[in-house]
Design a protein. Structure first.
Length: 368
C-alpha cells in the first residue's frame, strides 16, 4: 500500500501552543505505512527541528496569517501562494491539514484545481463572523470538542468531533514523596499553566486570589507560561496593585509535569477554549482543579473538578478558600480527574480517529 501524502501546515513555528503540541503528538504517532507527512512552517524553530528528528520532511514558506482586517495579507501572499501551489503539485499531496484558520484562505487558493483536500482542525470554541466563510473553504473540519463544533452547526462542510487527548503514560500522578512534601509545606500553592494573555482570565484570577488571601493569607500563586511583553507588564502591574507582588512567582515556560506535582490546586480561568491541553494534562497528573464555568471546561471536567463563575469574584474566592482548607477533598478531586482523563481522552484513540478521518476525507467521503 502506497502511503497517502499529507501536508501539515503549522500556524506557529514553536511547539508551545496547544495547536502545535497537538500536531507534534499526531506526527509522533502517525502510521507511516499509511501516511507520508511533510510539514510546512513559516520559519525554522522547534517544530521543524522535532519533525526532522522524526524523519519527516520540512518546507519553510512564510504565508501571511489572514487575520480579520489585514486585507494587505492577500497581496503579500501572492508569491507564497504560487510557491505553495508548486509544492502541492510536486509533492502530490492528497490531503492538507491546517491547524489554524489563519492559513485557510491562502492554502485554499494554492490548492484549487489539485486533488488535495483541506482539513481544518478547529481548536477553539470562540465564534467569529468569518466562521461560515472559513468553513466553506475546507473540505472537512475536525473539532476538538463539542463546544468548538457548535461553531459549524448548519454548515455544509462535514465536521466531526475528535476530542483532544492526553498521554496518560507521560502525565503520571505525583509520587508519595511529592505528596508528602506538598502536605508539609506551610503555603498553599496555586498554579496556572498556559499563555499569559487576557483571554486566559488572568486578571480575574489575580483579583480572586487577592480576595481569597484576605481569609487565607498562606497562598502562593505560580504563573507558568509566556505572553506578549506588554501583556506581562500589565499583569505584573495588576499584581502589585492588588498587593500580590510577594505572593506571585513568574516562572516563564517550564515543562509542566513537575509543577503539576508540586501544586496544591490548579487554576484554569479561561474565558474561551476549545478543549485545553493544559487542562487535560492537569487532570491526567491528578491535580485538583478549580476552573471557569464555560462549556469546554464543563465538557472536560464533568464532576471531577470545581467550576466557578468569574462574574461573582467573592463567591469564587470563597470556593477557592474552601478548597485550600480541605486537602482531603483536593486529593479526591485529583483522583477523579485522572480517572476521567484516562477514560475519556486517551491519546491512542485520538490518533486512530484522526487517521480514520484523514483516509475518509482524502477519498472524498463524508466525515459526518
Amino acid at each position: 500500500m502506497t502511503p497517502l501524502p499529507v501536508l501539515f501546515v503549522a500556524n506557529w513555528p514553536e511547539v508551545l501552543k496547544g495547536g502545535q503540541v497537538n500536531l507534534m503528538r499526531l506526527l509522533e504517532r502517525l502510521d507511516r505505512r499509511r501516511f507520508a507527512p511533510t510539514v510546512l512552517v513559516s520559519r525554522e524553530g522547534t517544530l521543524a527541528d522535532r519533525a526532522r528528528s522524526l524523519g519527516i520532511g520540512v518546507e519553510v514558506l512564510a504565508l501571511t496569517r489572514m487575520e480579520p482586517y489585514r486585507l494587505y495579507a492577500f497581496a503579500t501572499n501572492l508569491l507564497p501562494v504560487l510557491r505553495l501551489r508548486r509544492l502541492i503539485e510536486a509533492g502530490g499531496f492528497r490531503l492538507i491539514y491546517i491547524d489554524s484558520p489563519d492559513h485557510l484562505p491562502p492554502v485554499w487558493a494554492a490548492s484549487r484545481g489539485t486533488p488535495a483536500r483541506l482539513v481544518w482542525h478547529a481548536q477553539t470554541g470562540a465564534r467569529t463572523t468569518l466562521d461560515p466563510l472559513l468553513a466553506a473553504l475546507a473540505d472537512g473540519i475536525i473539532s476538538c470538542s463539542h463546544a468548538a463544533d457548535a461553531r459549524f452547526q448548519g454548515s455544509r462542510t462535514p465536521h466531526v468531533v475528535v476530542p483532544n487527548s492526553v498521554d496518560g503514560e507521560r502525565f503520571l500522578p505525583a509520587s508519595a514523596e511529592a505528596l508528602a512534601a506538598r502536605r508539609a509545606r506551610p503555603a498553599t500553592v496555586l498554579l496556572h499553566l498556559g499563555e499569559l494573555a487576557r483571554s486566559k482570565g488572568l486578571f480575574d484570577l489575580l483579583a480572586i486570589v487577592a480576595e481569597a488571601r484576605r481569609e487565607h493569607p498562606a497562598l502562593e500563586l505560580w504563573l507558568a507560561g509566556r505572553g506578549s511583553a506588554l501583556g506581562e507588564r500589565l499583569l505584573r502591574l495588576r499584581a502589585r496593585t492588588l498587593g500580590l507582588a510577594g505572593a506571585v512567582r513568574w516562572l516563564g515556560y517550564v515543562p509542566p509535569l513537575e509543577l503539576l506535582h508540586a501544586c496544591d490546586l490548579f487554576l484554569f480561568f479561561s474565558h474561551s477554549e476549545g478543549l485545553s491541553l493544559a487542562l487535560l494534562e492537569a487532570m491526567a497528573a491528578g491535580a485538583a482543579i478549580l476552573a471557569s464555568d464555560i462549556p469546554p471546561n464543563r465538557e472536560a471536567l464533568g464532576d471531577a473538578g470545581v467550576m466557578i463563575s468569574l462574574a461573582d469574584r467573592r463567591a469564587a474566592a470563597a470556593e477557592l478558600v474552601a478548597l485550600c482548607r480541605d486537602p482531603g477533598r483536593r486529593e479526591a478531586l485529583g483522583r477523579a480527574a485522572r480517572e476521567r482523563a484516562l477514560s475519556r481522552y486517551p491519546l491512542a484513540r485520538f490518533v486512530a480517529e484522526v487517521e480514520s478521518l484523514f483516509t475518509r476525507f482524502a477519498v472524498g467521503g463524508e466525515g459526518t
